[in-house]
Design a protein around this ligand. Structure first.
Ligand code: COA
Length: 421
């Protein structure tokens, strides 16, 4: 990391597990916060052992979401564990948690108790549903949130053998909620500078997914008003029902778009590009395709005129690129300023030179694994280059953190023998 660490001095109790919470605290750790991950002795975060690729080494699921943190093992259901957590709360700025509903209260750490211990404390929580919601008691994982937040209903195909609500591979429920929570935490930190008081910050996974589906809510409201959605592939040849339909690979915004096959698609599952027909790029598109006559043909000159036969236009473009790889196709279209991109596989992204140069894909040395590749900070600064450091081993910093809290060697030894840490 460069000399400037804006979150330096911010102490965060990271009481998170799986993905939603850890993604949030990892981001804050990259930017300089001291993030202490509190984990159950012996087991730790369940992702340490889930989907392992190396026996007895922390799984990538864990290492890729917990870099730059310290690990403290603590059984917070024992009196000694509770005492340690109380001391930590008194000395920290933020506590982040994503336990199931009510777990923190059952542990004895209600919001009221936390405020008594430290009125400046910011308590940040992820839950499946918001407080007071009729589903507030539910435990939630990624795909459940995608269904509850509107993403599944609006993703996928509306007809054909693959028709039905579809889950996105992107972690809209987990990491996305964590990113929302990070914004909430930083806002509460700034708020505390003004008032001196902490506050509770909550983000539900349903709300975070819905926030990303804002444009689909826009479409519902438009559909209610006019009965059709011009930019959807159903228009104008198919009937609309009363809910926003799934649009396959349609652009979904003001610019129609589609996934188009390129050379080799028969054997390469990713030999495709995404092509967008941006209104003011229409003439360059005609030039790129060698179709100058489309520039003046009234069936093509406006978006409205093109829409009834948009799939035929995409078929013509597909025919034009059938002997070109996805990279060759993009190289042609980029010269004409046409918004498009190759469909990149995880393998291609992992080895992408530009992503490695920018720090979006980084290699991190690890005590047990040797080293691992991970996704670095997507946020770039002019005066901060986050250095991604290894995720901690389970309990790697237990003694160090306890000593910082004022515990003697003897006391720490006793806690180990009592299995409180
Ligand atoms: N010491 C002692 N007990 C601990 C502990 C520690 N260090 N850390 C956790 N626990 C206990 C909790 O207090 C809880 O006990 P209780 O239920 O007896 O009160 C118990 O572990 C289980 O916690 P919970 O969070 O409910 O775990 P789970 O494995 O049953 O559920 C989720 C997992 C993710 C479904 C659930 O945590 C959840 O819904 N979280 C909110 C939404 C969310 O973040 N989901 C996405 C995850 S990516």
């Amino acid at each position: 990391m460069s000399g400037n660490k804006p979150l330096k001095g911010i102490k965060i109790i990271d009481f998170t597990h799986v993905q939603a919470g850890p993604a949030c605290t990892q981001l804050l750790a990259w930017f300089g916060a001291d993030v202490i991950k509190v984990e159950r002795p012996g087991a730790g975060d369940v992702t340490r052992s889930q989907l392992r690729d190396i026996p007895d080494a922390d799984a990538l699921y864990f290492t890729m979401l917990n870099s730059n943190k310290r690990s403290l093992t603590l059984d917070t259901k024992t009196p000694e564990g509770k005492e340690v957590l109380e001391k930590l709360i008194k000395k920290s700025d933020v506590m982040v948690e994503n336990f199931g509903p009510g777990a923190l209260d059952r542990m004895g750490f209600t919001w009221q108790r936390i405020q008594e211990l430290n009125p400046g404390m910011i308590l940040a929580s992820v839950k499946g549903f918001s407080e007071g919601h009729h589903y507030e008691d539910l435990k939630v994982y990624e795909n459940v949130a995608q269904c509850a937040g509107g993403a599944a209903s609006t993703t996928g195909w509306w007809k054909g053998e693959n028709a039905g609500p579809t889950i996105s591979a992107a972690a809209l429920g987990d990491s996305n909620t964590g990113m929302h929570l990070a914004i909430g935490i930083l806002t509460a930190i700034i708020g505390r500078q003004q008032t001196g008081k902490g506050q509770k910050v909550s983000v539900s996974m349903q709300d975070a997914v819905l926030n990303l589906c804002r444009v689909k809510m826009r479409d519902q409201l438009r559909l209610d008003k006019v009965g059709y959605l011009e930019e959807y592939p159903q228009y104008p040849h198919e009937k609309f029902g009363d809910v926003v339909p799934r649009g396959g690979n349609a652009g979904g915004g003001g610019q129609p778009g589609w996934i188009l096959k390129c050379k080799g698609w028969e054997t390469d599952p990713n030999a495709y590009i995404y092509f967008t027909i941006q209104g003011h790029a229409w003439e360059p598109i005609c030039d790129a395709l060698g179709k100058p006559e489309w520039k003046t043909d009234p069936n093509y000159t406006t978006a409205k005129a093109r829409q009834p036969h948009i799939m035929d236009i995409f078929a013509t473009i597909e025919d034009f690129i059938k002997d070109k790889t996805k990279f060759e196709a993009v190289d042609i279209f980029r010269k004409h300023d046409i918004p498009c991109a190759p469909v990149l596989s995880m393998k291609e992204l992992l080895h992408d030179k530009s992503l490695r140069a920018s720090g979006s894909i980084v290699e991190v040395p690890h005590k047990v694994r040797g080293s691992y590749w991970t996704v670095g900070s997507p946020i770039k600064f002019s005066d901060l280059k986050p250095e991604v450091k290894a995720s901690p081993l389970l309990g790697e910093h237990t003694d160090e953190v306890l000593a910082e809290l004022g515990y003697s060697k003897d006391q720490i030894g006793k806690m180990h023998s009592n299995k409180a840490v």
